[in-house]
Write a new protein. Structure first.
Length: 497
């Protein structure tokens, strides 16, 4: 029996504003994505996930949605979306899109009605507030003209829906139908654990952990049972993946069930430090507790992993070396892998962005104390030796560093030793040699990760000395040249047993 496509897919996240700009206004758009789809097919991914492109005032980069059934003019039109889906399917790529059910924009018609006192129960209005804080900083409550307050666990421009109102349920079921009927293959669910809040809204500590406003509540599982019943009625194995922040894999597993979500992001893998022990602990826990595991190293909300890993390295190239080794570990594991745009180019976090160029609400709501997420959202370098590096013809909405002239896709495609070439090779080999849903741990030196999946042995050296490889028949792929059959520090390899 053939497994569903999503179970072992490699999904490429496209932050639409920063991927490719076809209009020349400095902002990425849907036609820009469509034009670059052949690049992704050649890279070797199975699907793309598009961040929000809906109508939005862009207070939070599109995650403040004013109309869930239309494309924002800055990104194109519904016809452009349809053309993207058609082209992707012609190339054998599935298309997943973001759905944002926790909150809308203040410009959403429902919220504008609420401000006029009409059907306020679609949102969370109160005459008195509690001590909840926004994830982006500052109070989670904003006062309106009549003296009442509305809840926004993110920016003030993002009021939270009241999921205890049946109208909210009906609305999102209809939104899902709208996009399913246009051919999308799945949805990534933003803030999937946070839709319901405690009915009495008690004082607590903000965050994504137990006892907070964002804590998972049992009522939320009813939403995903409704949604799963809907998509199961469509042909073609449509899928959901949830952005679920929980304390334990056991809690996460409650979302990934035959009648709920198909998958959920495994943030424990993303948050793990460069450590063989830490990696093994996450792998063991994930494969034990989660029915359909996922693996991800970076996304549009976190510091790029080349930079995260580089901070602890003893060598200048340690960040990229470790990133490539972690990729081999991730791609060798059972389940699906999610890549973030630009990681195949080895892009680091852009840390020097002038304050007047920053756009993330986190930066402004913390008065600059937190830099926010702009550093991982800088538009991609495609070609050329100076900004905008083929991203478009206009000035990019976030500045690109001059050092990216060495990292363009064009330059790396011509270099067999580049990070891009390494990703292509790893993805091609993954399709050919990876099989089976179980792994076997192998004995290895201290600070190493040695495991076998089917006929493939994956080795990662997290230590500071070169180590001998386990017995094998053939070296398939390595992050760096081996000397005397020794794997260098910060290195990784695939071997045939």
């Amino acid at each position: 029996m053939t497994s569903p496509w999503w179970r072992d897919a490699v999904v490429y996240e496209i932050y639409v504003r920063s991927f490719a700009d076809a209009s020349g206004d400095g902002v990425g758009d849907l036609p820009g994505v469509t034009g670059r789809l052949p690049y992704l097919a050649e890279l070797g991914v199975d699907a793309v996930w598009l961040t929000p492109f809906y109508r939005s005032p862009m207070a939070d980069g599109g995650y403040d949605v004013a109309d869930y059934r239309d494309v924002d003019p800055s990104f194109g039109t519904l016809a452009d979306f349809d053309a993207l889906v058609t082209k992707a399917h012609e190339l054998g790529l599935r298309v997943m899109i973001d759905i944002v059910p926790n909150h809308s924009s203040i410009e959403h018609p429902w919220f504008q009605e609420a401000l006029r006192g009409v059907k306020r129960d679609r949102y969370l209005f109160r005459t008195e507030t509690n001590n909840w804080q926004s994830v982006f900083g500052g109070p989670a409550w904003t006062r309106v003209a009549d003296g009442s307050y509305y809840l926004h666990l993110f920016a003030p421009e993002q009021p939270d829906f009241n999921w205890r109102n049946p109208e909210v349920h009906a609305e999102f079921l209809d939104v899902l139908r709208f996009w399913l009927d246009r051919g999308v293959d799945g949805f990534r669910i933003d803030v999937a654990n946070g839709l319901y809040k405690a009915e009495d809204l008690p004082d607590t500590t903000a965050g994504f952990v137990s006892g907070s406003p964002m804590s998972s509540r049992p009522e939320v599982h009813g939403v995903y049972r409704e949604w799963r019943a809907l998509v199961d009625g469509y042909p073609g194995e449509r899928a959901f993946v949830g952005e679920v922040w929980t304390d334990t894999p056991e809690d996460l597993a409650l979302y990934v069930r035959p009648d709920e979500l198909h998958q959920s992001f495994n943030f424990a893998w993303l948050k793990a430090p460069w450590s063989a022990d830490a990696f093994r602990a996450v792998i063991d826990k994930t494969l034990t507790e989660i029915a359909a595991p996922t693996w991800v190293l970076s996304n549009h909300d976190v510091v790029r992993h080349v930079t995260r890993y580089g901070e602890g390295s003893l060598t200048p190239s340690g960040g990229i070396d470790r990133a490539k080794a972690a990729l081999l570990a991730m791609l060798a594991l059972p389940g699906s892998a999610y890549l973030y745009q630009g990681e195949e180019l080895g892009l680091p976090e852009v840390q020097e962005i002038p304050p007047d160029k920053r756009q993330d609400p986190t930066f402004f709501q913390t008065d600059g104390e937190l830099p926010g997420r702009d550093g991982c959202r800088v538009p991609l370098p495609w070609s050329g030796s100076a900004s905008p590096y083929g991203f478009g013809t206009g000035e990019p909405w976030l500045p690109q560093p001059s050092s990216w002239a060495l990292l363009t896709a064009e330059r790396q495609a011509a270099d067999p030793a580049s990070t891009l070439s390494f990703y292509k090779a790893a993805l091609a080999w993954r399709r050919q040699i990876m099989a089976g849903d179980e792994i076997e741990w192998l004995a290895g030196p201290a600070d190493t990760l040695f495991f076998r999946r089917g006929s493939v042995i994956c080795v990662v050296n997290c230590g500071d000395v070169a180590v001998p490889l386990p017995e094998h028949k053939e070296l398939v792929l390595a992050t760096a040249p081996l000397v005397d059959d020794l794997l260098p520090p910060d290195g990784g390899a695939w071997l045939l047993a």
